[in-house]
Write a protein that binds this ligand. Sequence first.
Ligand SMILES: Cc1ncc(COP(=O)(O)O)c(C=O)c1O
Length: 461
Amino acid sequence: MGGLIEDYVFHRDFSKTYPIITHGKGIYLYDKNGKKYMDACSGAVAANLGHGVEEIAEAIAFQAKQAAFVHTMRFETEVLFQLAEKIALLAPDTLNKVYFTSGGSEANESAIKLARQFHKDAGRPEKHIVIGRWQSYHGNTFGSLSAGGDIKRRQTYTPSLINFNHVYSPNCKRCPYQREKEDCDHKQNWSCVRDIESVINEIGPENVSAFIAEPIVGSQLGAVSPPEDYFKEIRKICDYYNIVLIVDEVMTGFGRTGKDFGIQHFGIVPDIITFGKGVSAGYAPLAGMIVHDRIVDSLIENSKGKFVHGYTYSGHPVSVAAGLSVLTIYERDRIVNNVQLAGDYLKQQLFALKYRCPIIYDVRGEGLLLGIELAIDGEKGTPFPENLHASERINSIAMELGAVFYPGSGSINGYLGDHILITPPLNVTTGEIDEMIRVLESSLNIFIEELKEEEAYEITK
Ligand SMILES: Cc1ncc(COP(=O)(O)O)c(C=O)c1O
């Protein structure tokens, strides 16, 4: 065995040691030493019903005993039809066909390929370029990474990435186009929208296949919503230039933001919705895309019904059974309703915390996709230096204290700007939220004390 490494696991980060989790119940995870962690971020905004839900485990076990695997090139299963129907009924009326993958990256990969095949087979063979957005994340496979705009994740692979184009994601509090809010009162002047048209015209509309965006930017910006009519403008542009609009709901889908899908906050219908995480609440790897009728009709008419794509585990029966059980629980327990109530309560508590804590610059997000942005100076928003790793450090302190949050950085320019996502399971209670806020506040205070001891930065408000 190489070096100092004493086990056979290719760890996520070899410089760290991770607690070994033996079991979980509700919002809590327990490690092998008996330490309890409150899962205040649902893992990676995935474990949306918390841990140890027996009903889901039983559905998984039942399907595994019935038929654990069939290949969707040869066979299908009842659960596949049942879950596809449930998902399609939640989606806008004109999105009616559901394609399954194992993860969100694969879902976006599939959407990018479907958009390309749709154009090519319909006689628009030049259309192949995807326009994505800086500081948005769509996954770690080459296609999804190329479409996304997370500089730190892209950098190592830049020479191999596909030459897709990018515009900035709107972030009005820190406008990447340096606009003041008053400048933006007339929508025609929105730089974040007009830039898209400039890019389309520069590369030639005949070359542009798809535009991809998260409705509310999760891990990269820390729960930033666009201005109210942004997506309406995007929809018009995509219609005008015949560009497939892919909305990435891997993080926002299935109630996370207080609506079934995040895009429903913005009153438009996309051409493809990709989803993941919450669809199976983390109980099995499951993701996919919901596709507009016009794309499916074209596939039937122009491509002999065949999407040139597929994975061994597309529509895996055990994962699909997990998804079916999870969606049944969301519906039965009126989970979206709880997200609205608990989300309002959590947001109020975060605003109150901002008032007490000198290093919170912003509180934002919808439903239970909430974030805080951290800064040396909570009023002006002066960012912490990148090498301080502020959000990571605060999360490590929180883990010592028994809660885990979702830290992130780079929200200002890809490097600077620390934020923390607070995204508990969708069935969280107000009592659990109170405990979560107590741990978060203690962690922030300990971090501030550490900085004072290090005499590195003067905290002011
Ligand atoms: C918006 C968004 N899209 C895509 C992905 C990639 O999903 P996965 O990690 O399941 O491949 C993520 C994961 O965090 C995400 O948040």
